[in-house]
Design a protein around this ligand. Structure first.
Ligand SMILES: *[C@@H]1O[C@H](CO)[C@@H](O)[C@H](O)[C@H]1NC(C)=O
Ligand SMILES: *[C@@H]1O[C@H](CO)[C@@H](O)[C@H](O)[C@H]1NC(C)=O
Ligand SMILES: *[C@@H]1O[C@H](CO)[C@@H](O)[C@H](O)[C@H]1NC(C)=O
Ligand SMILES: *[C@@H]1O[C@H](CO)[C@@H](O)[C@H](O)[C@H]1NC(C)=O
Ligand SMILES: *[C@@H]1O[C@H](CO)[C@@H](O)[C@H](O)[C@H]1NC(C)=O
Ligand SMILES: *[C@@H]1O[C@H](CO)[C@@H](O)[C@H](O)[C@H]1NC(C)=O
Length: 537
């Protein structure tokens, strides 16, 4: 599974990496099998939160709820492709303002377990998988990473690794001089899992760096949950042993835009849903769940909870049906969508060579001569990654799919326009294979992510209230790639539907109905902001 990672970690307050090292210290007491913080015995009870899966307007709210749950640390990953979309091009602003996020963490007096990558995984678009599970098993590479982090962070920070409990994972993921920790969930025996850590660290603190509070969902697969009681019981067992625990996830959040990744297990390609709710203690909308209260009760047996109440769930509002009055064919608005001129090339170019990391690319050519009898448009050897809609003079002819449909027959006249709209379905963590994704939705220009209700189990998309304006017109744009209805509309609900009916098979598309459409809404139908809701598609 893609969650056991090799990482380098450090624990320090806020962003004061170098500055704080003079006055603060964090080390290991091998005699007492514990951490020492500023020279005093210390144990962390931590939760994972991904700033890149939560709108910045809610960072503080989520951290407050984590603090009120009794945690004394948070664990965060840094996905490099989020901050460096193209080589040498960096973005640390707005929703990528990691320094701002760490400042908020520091305001609550929470410690940070920082996992700067590489090898974070987290079901994120294209991010490498855990190093101990990676075939290379290259200790020179690990030594190189250590040198890089030591150069940036100095020699005072504590670096450590985390891996699954399998022998090969620990053998390839650990390195002399880095503290080896393990990660495991409910399916593993706590005592036996920590015995695996003891093989590599006979003394020192016990650490479960990723204790799974829930699990992710795949399109077309059953919705996954973990019971609150079992998660709380497992946590209690570990804390009784004196272990340090990070709960993965404490809040999962959302794979907005094109950021959801895909796993590749036993030859099966499994793209991950837009929702990363994870059945975590804080829901996708950031609300405390029964699981959070069960965990909080366990924590209270081991350390004092902060005074004061847990903030209540945020308000939701079911706006009901909103119709989308303007409906345009995608091919009619290419100039609007892509204002820069088309790029001319003798041969099709990859997304990467055109510096477009994800999304859609339209390839267009004119037929060089009459084709009376149908001939094969051949994209064999998986020439199309991952999916391509084929149109001739704007009329849909069929879909090419990686590993599934490598060719379709077409005929036409000299000069006819042949279009191939290629969709990138998320770069893989593990492997890639198939898809029939249905489209994306933007609200006020923000991409809520991919929707695929025909496949399930996720039927709604999370709409953060911070996206909506109470004073100006809200704009909804729906890109519907299959069977766009004559009168499109969307339904706003006040609750998520994450466990809807599923279809694991590729549905036949009705060729005559298939249109590529962009629906634009410009109306004040969607009223006051500061509320969250879920969009039914
Ligand atoms: C876990 O493993 C230990 C040691 O093998 C064993 O004594 C214990 O019964 C196991 N616990 C459970 C719940 O299976
Ligand atoms: C992709 O899936 C197809 C079945 O849909 C299967 O035949 C093929 O082997 C898979 N490809 C890989 C690389 O696993
Ligand atoms: C499609 O193209 C590939 C690569 O050029 C070729 O090997 C294959 O035979 C072609 N298939 C057909 C049906 O023409
Ligand atoms: C294309 O047409 C040929 C000849 O009729 C046929 O043998 C072949 O199966 C067709 N291929 C596809 C992908 O429809
Ligand atoms: C999801 O729904 C199905 C069908 O109603 C049900 O059998 C299953 O238990 C549900 N799963 C979860 C995790 O709620
Ligand atoms: C899908 O189309 C294929 C080929 O036209 C047909 O054999 C199959 O029965 C169809 N499946 C469904 C579910 O309609």
């Amino acid at each position: 599974m893609g969650l056991r990672l090799y990482v380098l970690m450090l624990i320090l307050k806020g962003l004061q990496f170098q500055a704080s090292s003079a006055s603060h210290s964090f080390s290991i007491d091998y005699t007492d099998n514990s951490f020492l913080k500023d020279g005093v015995k210390f144990r962390y009870i931590s939760g994972s939160i991904h700033y890149f899966r939560i709108p910045p307007a809610y960072w503080k709210d989520r951290l407050l709820k984590m603090y009120m749950s009794g945690l004394n640390a948070v664990q965060i990953y840094i996905p490099w492709n989020y901050h460096e979309p193209l080589p040498g091009v960096y973005n640390f602003a707005g929703d990528r303002d990691i320094e701002g996020f760490l400042d908020l963490v520091a305001q609550f007096g929470l410690l940070v377990i920082l996992r700067p990558g590489p090898y974070i995984c987290a079901e994120w678009e294209m991010v490498e998988n855990e190093y101990g599970s990676y075939y290379a098993c290259d200790y020179d590479y690990l030594r190189h990473l250590v040198a890089v982090f030591r150069a940036h962070l100095g020699d005072k920070v504590l670096l450590f690794t985390t891996d699954g409990t399998k022998e090969s994972e620990l053998r390839c993921g650990t390195l002399q001089g880095l503290y080896a920790t393990v990660d495991f969930g409910l399916d593993e025996n706590v005592t036996e899992a920590f015995e695996k850590q003891r093989i590599y660290e006979p003394r020192g603190p016990l650490v479960n760096s990723e204790y799974y509070t829930g699990w992710l969902d795949y399109w077309g697969e059953p919705h996954t949950t973990r019971s609150a009681e079992e998660v709380a019981d497992g946590l209690e067992k570990m804390l009784e042993l004196g272990a340090n625990v990070n709960m993965y996830m404490f809040q999962g959040g959302t794979n907005f835009g094109y950021w959801s990744g895909a796993d590749y297990n036993n030859g099966i390609y499994n793209p991950i849903t837009t929702s990363y709710d994870y059945d975590a203690p804080l829901s996708e909308a950031g609300d405390p769940t029964d699981k959070l209260y069960a965990i909080r009760t366990v924590i209270s047996k081991f350390q004092a909870l902060p005074a004061g109440p847990m903030p209540p769930p945020t308000p939701k509002f079911a706006y009901g049906y909103v119709s989308l009055p303007q409906r345009v064919a995608l091919l009619d608005v290419l100039g609007l969508l892509s204002p820069s001129l088309p790029f001319y090339s003798s041969f099709p170019l990859t997304f990467e060579s055109l510096k477009q990391p994800n999304g859609f690319m339209l390839y267009r050519t004119l037929l060089p001569h009459d084709i009376q009898e149908p001939v094969l448009l051949n994209a064999s050897e998986n020439g199309v990654h991952d999916l391509a809609y084929i149109l001739l003079n704007g009329v849909y002819k069929g879909t090419l799919e990686r590993n599934k449909v490598n060719g379709i027959n077409i005929s036409g006249q000299l000069g006819d326009t042949l279009d191939m709209l290629v969709e990138n379905m998320g770069h893989i963590n593990f492997g890639a294979n198939e898809s029939d994704f249905k489209g994306q939705i933007w609200i006020n220009g923000f991409n809520l992510g991919r929707f695929w209700p025909a496949r399930g189990p996720q039927k709604t998309l999370f709409v953060p209230g911070s996206l909506l304006s109470g004073s100006s017109v809200n704009t909804i744009v729906v890109l519907e790639l299959q069977d766009a209805p004559e009168k499109p509309r969307v339904l706003f609900l006040d609750r998520p539907l994450l466990n809807g009916t599923r279809s694991s098979t590729h549905k036949n598309k009705s060729k005559s109905n298939l249109r590529l459409a962009v629906s634009l809404l410009k109306s004040a139908d969607v009223t006051p902001a500061k509320r969250k809701q879920n969009l039914l598609l």
